[in-house]
Ligand binder design. Sequence first.
Ligand SMILES: NC(=O)c1ccc[n+]([C@@H]2O[C@H](COP(=O)([O-])OP(=O)(O)OC[C@H]3O[C@@H](n4cnc5c(N)ncnc54)[C@H](OP(=O)(O)O)[C@@H]3O)[C@@H](O)[C@H]2O)c1
Length: 294
Amino acid sequence: MHGKVCIVTGATNGIGEVTAHQLANMGATVVVVGRNRQKTAQVVEDIKRASGNPHVDGIIADLSVGADVMRLAREFRARYNRLDVLVNNAGALILTHETTPDGLEMTFALNHMSYFTLTNALLDMLIASGTSEQKARIVNVSSVLHARYALDFNQLQVTGSPFNGYKAYCQSKLMNVMFTYELNKRLQAQHAPVTVNALHPGVIKSGFAKNNTKGIWGVIMPIFLPLYFWRITPEEGAKTQIYLATSPDVEGVSGKYFDKCKPVPSSPASMVEADWQKLWIASEQIDADRLKKG
Ligand SMILES: NC(=O)c1ccc[n+]([C@@H]2O[C@H](COP(=O)([O-])OP(=O)(O)OC[C@H]3O[C@@H](n4cnc5c(N)ncnc54)[C@H](OP(=O)(O)O)[C@@H]3O)[C@@H](O)[C@H]2O)c1
């Protein structure tokens, strides 16, 4: 990975942090994207020290906010002249209804719109950095939970009381897969030297879902997480995204959904091609509206 420049979002914890660390171990220049300045600086220093790689950098952005995602892209462009790997990893399960400063439902904004906006803001750099022998790579971290729901176009942003945060999460992870497929179609149509794949990382003992501390969730989650969620370590969970970001085995492989480093079928709902474009157009519109406001 020497000479390659990689961005990992949500790299201050969990599988994102492990991914950034491993990419640095392999000699890449790594940009850690985090929302907390102090935590991000600490992770950058830890990775530099442990990997012995001085080319580790941090950029701060709240990825749930459109203007912040665009500022992150601008800051990256000001510092680097190439981008070889973009790992869209930051995401969360948010069980209470929250609204971003842009007025979007939080899960939708963070888990789907940040992937959409950041990727599109940096796509020209990825295209310029890839070659036919070594394509640039986009890796979208989804989840097996993408298969729990079909996409409800009347409620891309889940509303209603009581708020169904589980549905919002599952839908957002379905959007990650559909976004991957539509982007792949668009990249192939222009013969762009960029691949894009989605993945399920496993069910991991990370910081995932620990944010749900309000009301009844503060009682349920400390019992539920160890029982049903904590199956594998972040090191184990990061394997598939590291594989997709770096392995020569997947050079040129694009538009697939992976689990345990193998391409596997995604849900029937994710395969409806007309819906990929419909989601893309809706996301473009939402992005334009929020950036106009911001
Ligand atoms: N854990 C699982 O079992 C599991 C299963 C399937 C899929 N996934 C997916 O894997 C990805 C990573 O999850 P994880 O398990 O590593 O979770 P995690 O330990 O909670 O890490 C999530 C990362 O996202 C960052 N983040 C959260 N909100 C953000 C915001 N508004 N702006 C910028 N960064 C933000 C967090 O920052 P802080 O450090 O500041 O909190 C953290 O670095 C997610 O996309 C998740 O959906 C996880």
